[in-house]
Structures are given as C-alpha cells and as structure tokens.
Ligand binder design. Structure first.
Ligand SMILES: [Fe+2]
Ligand SMILES: [Fe+2]
Length: 310
C-alpha cells in the first residue's frame, strides 16, 4: 500500500525497479506496453500523452525524453488504431484568430512550445455555432481527466497534500459538479427524456446515481484531508480510499458517457434540439460564469503539473 511501509511478508506487495537503458528499441517497447495498458483501460490519446510528461512515471518519462514527443505520439496513434479507445472530442479550443482548433492536430509533430499549448486543458466556456453539445461535454471531460490524473499521482506518491486536495475539491465542486454535471442534469438529461429516453431504470438514472456517489466521496475527502495531512492515520486511510474510489468512479463514468450516453444523444436528438441545448449552454457560460469557467480550466493545468513532496 502506498500509504504504509511495505509489508515484507505480503506476497502482493508491489516492487518497482528503475531500468536505465540508452537502447531506443527497449524504450520504444516499454513505451508501447505503457500505452497499450492505459488504452485498454479506456484512456484517450491526450491523457496517455500527458502521463509521458510527468516525471513520477519514470519509464514513460525517460522514453519521452529520449525518443522525443513525435515518436511517442506515433506510438500512441498506432495503439489507438489497434485498441480504438474512447471517442475523442472534436474541439480543444480556439486559436488566436478565434477559429476552432480540432483535436486531431495533436497528432501532428509539434515544437515543444506548440505541444505544451495543445496539451493544456481545452478551453470550453464558449461554443462554436454548429458544434454538437456532446462535443462540449466531452471537452469538459478532458479537463476533468487532468485533475483525475493529478489525484491519482498524489496516491502513487503516498502523500496527503492538503493544499493540493483543497484545490482539487474546489475544482470538483465548482467545475466538475457545478458546471459540468449541472449541464448534464439540468439541460442534457431533460432533453433526452423528452426524446423518449426514460429517466428511471436506464443510463440517465445510472449517471445521476454516480454523480451522487462522487459528491459523497468528495465530502469524505474534504472532511478528512486536514487531519490526514497532519498525520492522523485513520484519516489518511479514509482520504486515500476516497481519492482512489473517486478517480475510479469518474473514469468509468466518463467512459460510459463518452461512448454510450453521448453517442445515444447524438443519434436521438435532432438539429433543433441540439441547437437549443447549445443556446442553453451559452446562457450558462457567459459573463462572470465564463471567467469562472476559464479559471477552473487553468486550475486543472496547475493541478496536472503539481509537484508532490514527501
Ligand atoms: Fe456525468
Ligand atoms: Fe460528464
């Protein structure tokens, strides 16, 4: 367990070893294994690439540093062609001229600066005319995934960082829940009901139940994080368990929405219903709300790059 000393008598204790190699083929193989493992779990291209940039993942980071980003993107694209992976959103934001930037551009070789810009969280507070509402929600999923990656990394590091968790709880309550889940619950789900998808006993009920589970886990993290950071062992266990459970819950929740519920919405909603939803999204995200939205997109980047110290 990452939050206790390893038990030498436990056959399930994980052991890790650093493999130093300058053989590019070995690094390519190692990178491929890593990519395949996470793609089979349903991670998208962007999230896998973002993990290569985190120094805590020693092997992938070494491969990223030695092989270069273009080679890693090529390996990711190859594995994505094999395993498919989740449906990627089509929009990452807007360029300097206000044009929508397609996600596919991430696959092109880029300079380090350009790539860092592309790998920052998508800006999703104002929406292109004619874009599908589900594309906007999927862009928000990509932002949320950055925070999930950061929370997972805190557990891997075996630390309870109350400052980090305070910001993560703020993000989840105000962006993941306050902005994103509110759009789903107040705008998307009612439109789906109108289109004949029943609220009870189907995917909508399942999604609503998981939103509640997520709120309960975040409450547990919030209530225990200060005591845990101060060294209270039972509180540490509660926090680690709740963070792991929350990350696992949201990962599979997002996967279900991206690949099942949103695909269903795209099929059953006509262009008029989709335009009406976009209009409602824009009404929610304007003025101070838009500024707040952009603040939380930036916060997701800050958390993704958070340095944990033991
Ligand atoms: Fe949801
Ligand atoms: Fe969602």
């Amino acid at each position: 367990m990452p939050y206790n000393e390893p038990d030498a008598t436990d056959p399930m204790t994980l052991h890790g070893a650093v493999v130093e190699t300058d053989d590019a083929n070995v690094q390519r193989e190692m990178a491929t294994c890593f990519i395949e493992e996470y793609m089979r779990m349903g991670y998208g291209r962007d999230r896998v690439l973002s993990m290569f940039k985190i120094q805590d993942y020693i092997g992938p980071y070494m491969a990223y540093r030695e092989l270069g980003e273009a080679a890693i993107i090529e390996l990711i694209d190859h594995q994505a062609a094999i395993w498919g992976g989740r449906r990627e959103s089509g929009v990452t934001g807007r360029d300097a001229d206000g044009n929508v930037t397609p996600r596919a551009e991430i696959s092109k070789p880029q300079t380090e600066m350009e790539t860092d810009k592309a790998m920052s969280s998508p800006s999703c507070g104002h929406y292109a005319e004619g874009g599908a509402p589900t594309t906007i929600l999927m862009d928000e999923h990509r932002v949320i995934e950055h925070v999930l990656t950061a929370m997972e990394r805190m557990v891997v590091n075996g630390v309870v960082d109350a400052v980090f968790l305070g910001k993560a709880v703020d993000f989840v309550r105000n962006f993941a829940d306050g902005c994103h889940h509110a759009k789903e619950e107040d705008i998307l789900f009612p439109v789906l009901e109108e289109a004949g998808i029943p609220r009870e006993g189907g995917p909508i009920a399942c999604m609503l139940d998981e939103h509640i589970q997520g709120r309960n886990l975040i409450a547990a993290i919030s209530e225990n994080m200060k005591s845990a950071a101060a060294g209270d062992e039972p509180a540490r266990v509660v926090v680690f368990k709740a963070v792991r459970a929350y990350v696992g819950l949201l990962e599979q929740h997002i996967e279900k929405e991206d690949s099942i519920l949103f695909a269903m919405a795209d099929r059953v909603l006509d262009t008029g219903q989709q335009a009406s939803m976009l209009e409602k999204f824009n009404q929610v995200e304007h003025g101070e709300n838009l500024k707040r939205h952009e603040h939380y997109v930036a916060l997701a980047d800050e958390l993704l790059n958070w340095k944990f110290t033991r």
